[in-house]
Design a protein around this ligand. Sequence first.
Ligand code: SF4
Ligand code: SF4
Ligand code: SF4
Ligand code: FES
Length: 589
Amino acid sequence: MVNIVINGKSIEVPSDITILEAARIAKIEVPHLCYLKDINEIGACRLCVVEVEGEDRLIPACENKVREGMVIKTNSPKVRNAVRNNLELILSKHKAECTSCVRSGNCQLQDLANDYNLTCEYRDKDDNEKRLEKWNSEFPIIRDAQKCVQCMRCVSVCDKVQGMHVWDLVGTGSHSHIGVTGNRLIEFADCTECGQCITHCPVGALTERDDTKKVMKALADPEVVTVVQIAPAIRSGYAESLGIDPSVATVARLAGALKMMGFDYVFDTSFTADLTIMEEGSELIRRLQAGDLKKYPMFTSCCPGWIRFIESQYPELVPQLSSAKSPQQMFGALIKSYFAEKNGIDPKKIVSVSIMPCTAKKGEAELPEMKGESGAPDVDVVLTTRELMRMFSSERVDLNDIEEVPFDSLFGEYTGAGVIFGTTGGVMEAALRSGYYLVTGKNPDVDAFSDVRAVSFDDAGVSFKDVSESGKANWREATFDLAGTPLRVAVTSGLVNTRKLIDAILAGKVSYDFVEIMACPGGCAGGGGQPIHCDDVERGMTRGAVLRDIDASSAVRFSHENTDVQKLYQDWLGTPGSEIAEKYLHREY
Ligand code: SF4
Ligand code: SF4
Ligand code: SF4
Ligand code: FES
């Protein structure tokens, strides 16, 4: 510990922290823009400069550690002047469109400009235009280089958390700017579409492709039957930006809001999460018994960011992926086949929408393998949680005034097992609960597989810092007894962790039968389509805990006990892995 004085306040703080962190302990907010703890500590923006007694020059608080006896001023006239000048410089190069920008209201630059009473003057427009690159407006990740403040956060997140190295400082001298590495087009840069760069960008330079107009058009067309599914992870965080009590923000109220907006049918993707478990669990047992997993494990297949990763980075392991489609795509296939037939609806008249915590799901829905018999996509439009919130806002939907409504029939039921799909370890746990039943005909203790659960990023082997530096593994592992057969499993999320796990598997250092991978740290609860906050707090695990609580209080916690799933098998699919199940619920790579 060291003793310091900050703005006249004497405090004792740990000796290994930065001035910025010490100021937080003293409840003094130091402005900052580029800093992201453990990820981006490069001192680029110079907005966090402070005055330290005995030093001539101002120093960035995010880069400098405290020392015994340090006397710091964070708000002297010299500091205020410097911060204001630095902020003006950033604003002069920023295309400020605060009235139409999707980040208006949760933009760190806008907050700072307001705090310092600065009007945004976009002076260097011509200079900025020279830096513009061509962008594919159809790609799920959209970049506006003229809004970029060159904080490097996207570069660091994509490098250090996802290991994909998509972004870098490109060009030279005054023309240097953040762009796709090697001057590649984004569609050829092996981007996994995970969206982590979006959720860590402090301004509106990175966003998802906005598909809300397509949905509004469908809702306004009386000839169209609109069907919407809500992913499990949405319920964990959708209310964060609405400023309402979390007890109001139930999934049933979300269903009510979607009905009020005019959707004809509202479903919960947790239903097809249960269906995925039936198909994937059966496939696991089949492949285990066939000796197919002796060399390499079977991998989960519900995360399209992970699928893009394995296809580009480890194509030789693609055959190890489960052939089960993701819950989103299973739902899409059901809607335009079984559901349409049962309700006498022409599938061509259906617009099938999904609300996902994910940007990669937009790309997944567009894959040629995800089209039905008519050639139309099974899921027509994918909206992120953020897009849905924008629609609520523009439609003046106030959750406080909405009645809770149940999901529509045929696929109305869901289990706690389906809900935990939205958090790291959840797919594995749900699969093991039902896998045990499929092998033994008996239910295990519902908490028998809790070793794959994680309660914190570190605990999950998923840190925004490289946990392996501290001697810990970057993944969780466990061995369970499946009717006398040991089943070795591993779980991780975040693609740097994933690469470490796969390299260890390929090197023969570890060996597993079944592995769950989610591209986003903490799983979909921390997904790239989830709400963004200016406080930079990583919410993946706390949102995941909400899903775990829902599971713990659910009346039904085994996917195979979902009565609507059982009816679907009795009425149409037959058994898991049947010919019809293969046709609609599985895919090829
Ligand atoms: S795109 Fe966003 S995160 Fe990346 S450097 Fe620009 S402002 Fe920073
Ligand atoms: S979407 Fe993911 S992989 Fe693609 S650039 Fe952003 S962080 Fe990197
Ligand atoms: S972890 Fe979830 S949110 Fe992230 S890419 Fe995968 S499916 Fe999408
Ligand atoms: S936050 Fe310290 S230099 Fe940007």
